[in-house]
Design a protein around this ligand. Sequence first.
Ligand SMILES: C[S@@+](CC[C@H](N)C(=O)[O-])C[C@H]1O[C@@H](n2cnc3c(N)ncnc32)[C@H](O)[C@@H]1O
Length: 267
Amino acid sequence: MTRSTAGLTIATARVVAAAGIRGRPSGAGEDPRGRGIGGRLRARAARRQVQSVALLARTPGFVRLRDEIVALADPRPHERVLDVGAGSGLLALAVASGVSEVIAVDRSPAMCRHLAERAAALALDNVTVVEADAACLPLPDDSIDLALSNYCLHHLDDAGKRQALRELARVLRPGGRVVIGDMMFRLGLASSRDRRVLASFARAMLRRGPAGIGRLLKNALKLLLAPSEHPAGADWWRRALGEAGFTNVGARELEHEAGLVWGRRAG
Ligand SMILES: C[S@@+](CC[C@H](N)C(=O)[O-])C[C@H]1O[C@@H](n2cnc3c(N)ncnc32)[C@H](O)[C@@H]1O
């Protein structure tokens, strides 16, 4: 662990206790180098995930999506903001300097360490990185003003997404806002948008030649055997937010695969 990470971990632990957060502060309890063959393989997979999430966050599409989410959310200086599935900090680091505090939650320890290091390098001492699952947030009720999330919740199946939305409703104060950006289509051919998104993905892969065809086949196989992505359409999101206790719910599909959904906690 680097000096700065250690410093941040200590600082983070203090903030975690002060804020009443029960989760594990980033960097705690895991050897990033991995022990034994299994440990080393897991550590390598975790490093790869960090690299690919960080790369994705620098693509023009993600930067545009971040800007749309932040514009819709309109964070205020006094607000305590939660970023769920924060990854390399696309949203958390973008809003940190303009708000009172950011709690950045991610279930991947390696991702959390990476984000904590980035926040330290930017001298953002109001960012607390917490290793936790979106479906079980270690935060007190009514403790958050604004909840954000980008491209995280499609990793949960529909029941998991609903549970994560209930958690967001629980931790948001009455009147608190949520803005979520994510893939917004169904993996099927039922609607014209679903067909368009899947066809455009297939065309983009085919244009890449053999590597793209390989990825297309790998994705198709993964989908059949062990699906790890469960995107939902805008109508599903609207309904699910309403059921979780949000009002003023709205959703917007963007031109590409992504979309935005937002709401306000009733109360
Ligand atoms: C595609 S990345 C997006 C990261 C970041 N929000 C961004 O826009 O760049 C998805 C992130 O969500 C995290 N994640 C996936 N499932 C999660 C869950 N159930 N709870 C918390 N984090 C999760 C992953 O570890 C990963 O860092």
